[in-house]
Design a protein around this ligand. Sequence first.
Ligand code: FE2
Ligand code: FE2
Length: 156
Amino acid sequence: MTVLAWSDELAVGHDAMDRTHQQFVELLNTMGAAQGEAILASVDAFIAHTEAHFAQEEAWMDEFQFPRAGCHRAEHHNVLEVAKEVRRRVVDGGTQYARTLAEALAEWFVVHASSMDVMLAIFMEHGADALPECSHEGSESCPNSGKHEADRSAAP
Ligand SMILES: [Fe+2]
Ligand SMILES: [Fe+2]
């Protein structure tokens, strides 16, 4: 059973990013369905792909001087930390955690792609004026949350 089906609703409108995201969804499903010896290999394949996926987005953030890179990088970092912890548990015999990780990241990805990744895609295609309001105000993992607080208190 798949943990996430690719659909056009997940597309961010940037061809290279969407291709990577389709592969991400495939690897997530492979990890969610893997059995026995294949589990650790599926986690390793997922981590390797995800490191490259996130590194590419972060390189774009640097190249285009994306102004909201802090929240976005922090989410990437946290996901990789969790995935590596799951890998350690799988090695120790907790193979069921691979499925749990796939299910959790399926939920995470739908939100991340439709907010942070789509904002990066819009910024690269159309520049800063096209960006909507940041949707991550108040998030404790967001290093800009202090700024959001300041924005709110300064609002009329
Ligand atoms: Fe992404
Ligand atoms: Fe991202």
